[in-house]
Design a protein around this ligand. Sequence first.
Ligand SMILES: Cc1cc2nc3c(=O)[nH]c(=O)nc-3n(C[C@H](O)[C@H](O)[C@H](O)COP(=O)(O)OP(=O)(O)OC[C@H]3O[C@@H](n4cnc5c(N)ncnc54)[C@H](O)[C@@H]3O)c2cc1C
Length: 389
Amino acid sequence: MARYDVVITGGAIVGSSIAYYLREEGFTGSIALIERDPQFAHAATTLSCASIRQQFSIPENIRLSQFTLGLFRRLKDEFGSDADIGFREGGYLILAGDNGLPILRANHAAQLAEGADIVLENAEQLQKRFSWISTEGISAGAYGLTGEGWFDAHAMLGLFRKALKTKNIDLITSEVTGIERQGNRIVAVTLASGERLEAGTLFNAAGPNAGKVSAMAGIALPVEPRKRNVFVFEARDKFADMPLMVDPSGVYVRPEGSVYITGGAENEDGELAADIKDFNPDWGLFEEVIWPVLATRVPAFEAIKATQAWVGHYDYNALDQNAVIGPHPEVTNFVFANGFSGHGLQQAPAVGKALAELLVHGGYRTIDCSAFGYQRVAEGRAFRELNVI
Ligand SMILES: Cc1cc2nc3c(=O)[nH]c(=O)nc-3n(C[C@H](O)[C@H](O)[C@H](O)COP(=O)(O)OP(=O)(O)OC[C@H]3O[C@@H](n4cnc5c(N)ncnc54)[C@H](O)[C@@H]3O)c2cc1C
């Protein structure tokens, strides 16, 4: 039987970031990072749309993404001269009709207060900026001039994983199948191999499976997998200036090299947890929901052809679509980094840094993440992010 000061369940972007920043903050104890799918074939990280924005409603969410943006801008200093994640600063364009306008305005004010480079433009201005758009039904749009865009998620994860190899971290390929708890302390985890690892502190970085992992410790966490379809399509016209555009219907689209990707067709009303093993695309969503929206918003997309699709699972926090970050208030050596609900990739570096600061220095230093704490879950008190895409 082995003993580790820190055990992390889940080795994709969030788990890897926690391990990375623990060492960066000077943690000298032993660390085990446990991952059941070392190719990350089914991780949200690698099945995501790999985009980063400043356009959130909550200042803390803006700050978390800004930290990651800073990391992207000094990537080579952090990870070496050959580090490259193909960051393309194409911006987000979030559109609103009359109904959505007050929220768009309020969000924009919050973003400006955090120093984000976002402009709010009316339909006429948008039409002038983007020749390909139809502003039918649109009152305004918020557009990120800088600081928003997309990148290669595999490359980003690869940088963290590679860096871990020189940081004296045990990368274990196995599944955590049980968590032993004595009163208010986590004592050990059991692996699928039958091995038992004693744990000083246990981090939950299990993505869409985080609710199940918490349940192993007898702790309720309302994080569940929600199936999200992403479609790839080709179009005759290429719009090099197209940002990641979000229609008021929730449908989004952005360029990806010579093609486009699109999604956002799922209806969350009454939506239940998905089968985490279901990776079959729901092609009907493209024909019935996405294509009509795209054809209206971008008339040149009247004639498009979906060529591929993939499915990933959101790590969906059913309470408020916002992250749960930090230790359990009573079981204090069980630490959450969960429930990012579609924006966890861009927040992972900041969350890893914050949790490392908490463990090493006893408090948050760079970004105060207290508002994301589990206490609100225990009380059923929502901390709602309004810009969930
Ligand atoms: C379609 C889609 C689009 C998205 N687009 C974006 C985007 O544009 N921008 C953005 O910021 N975010 C986006 N997200 C969200 C983002 O991908 C996630 O929030 C983020 O990747 C979560 O990272 P994670 O490491 O917590 O989870 P994951 O990447 O899912 O990793 C969790 C890991 O834990 C492992 N694991 C689980 N249980 C166990 C266990 N019991 N034992 C051992 N290992 C275990 C899994 O195998 C997995 O590798 C998107 C998500 C989806 C599905």
